[in-house]
Design a protein around this ligand. Structure first.
Ligand code: SAM
Length: 270
């Protein structure tokens, strides 16, 4: 295969900000990221935003059964055709918007998502996958470092909020690697970080997930307020908090994920 720099030059893949394009050109770094997923033997991997294919090459070098790569940028599709030809039957490149695809429809189980995500859509992509996390064996995802910290934050810490509760409610989450801007071409303004997410066995029904989204939106929408005020939009906030055995004077950022789970179950059961 030609070098990634050659691939980029040949296909005029100059990075576009609107597509969140910051490419990984160091094969050793791509191999390290792919390795964070553990043994991929027999796994079907979904990669979002393969770009010129640095991480894709590393994924193809693992024991994964196959790799399905979804990319919005047509220029990259052409660049990836060579890689597809070099790995017949193991790489499928799909031109499309990852926000509109359902991993469970696209590839068979066991499914693992591994991606250096476009930062502009990283959070909505993650929330969608959390909603359907029962269909996934795991995820290894690169975000801006601040988003990675929001996913893995503990209660009562600076970054704890809605994303931490949703992610940790559905998955075991760990911040695995931090990468400086210079690891990418072109370098972003901020550091990046890789998060590992392994779904918990219990899968909440859609109504319970929706209730958790409502509870966390209300609680953190007014995070400086006491919960008895912040949860008013849910109706009978006092009764809800009493039933969940949570003091109304507390603020959202002090609640554990288990306490949010109690609130969501009560709201879903109404
Ligand atoms: N994986 C490559 C790498 O690590 O070098 C590129 C990562 S770059 C941060 C994000 C990639 O996602 C870009 O190739 C971009 O074109 C693609 N992308 C942006 N929005 C997308 C979307 N909604 N669906 C699929 N791909 C998207």
């Amino acid at each position: 295969m030609p070098s990634l720099a050659e691939t980029i030059a040949r296909h005029g893949l100059d990075a576009r900000k609107s597509l969140g394009q910051h490419f990984l050109l160091d094969p050793a770094l791509c191999t390290r990221i792919a390795a964070q997923a553990g043994d991929l033997a027999g796994r079907h991997v979904l990669e979002v935003g393969p770009g010129p294919g640095g991480l894709t090459r590393a994924l193809l070098a693992t024991a994964a059964a196959d790799v399905t790569a979804v990319e919005l940028d047509r220029r990259a599709i052409a660049a990836l055709a060579e890689l597809e030809a070099a790995h017949p039957g193991r790489l499928r490149v799909i031109e499309g918007d990852a926000l509109r695809i359902d991993p469970a429809e696209l590839l068979p189980a066991p499914r693992v998502i591994i991606a250096n995500l476009p930062y502009n859509v990283g959070t909505p992509l993650l929330v969608g996958w959390l909603r359907a996390a029962a269909a996934l064996e795991g995820m290894v995802l690169m975000f801006q470092q601040e988003v990675a910290e929001r996913i893995t934050a503990a209660p009562d810490s600076e970054h704890y909020g809605r994303l931490a509760v949703l992610a940790q409610w559905r998955c075991r989450c760990a911040l695995l690697m931090r990468l400086p801007p210079g690891a990418f071409s072109p370098p972003p303004k901020v550091w990046s970080a890789v998060v590992g997410l392994v779904p918990h066995a219990e899968a909440p029904p859609p109504a319970l997930f929706a209730a958790m989204e409502r509870v966390t939106a209300a609680a953190f929408g007014q995070r400086r307020k006491m919960l008895r005020g912040a949860l008013k939009s849910l109706g009978d906030a006092e009764g809800l908090l009493r039933a969940a055995e949570i003091a109304g004077e507390r603020r959202a950022e002090t609640l554990s994920v288990a306490e949010f789970d109690r609130l969501a179950r009560l709201v879903a059961a109404r």
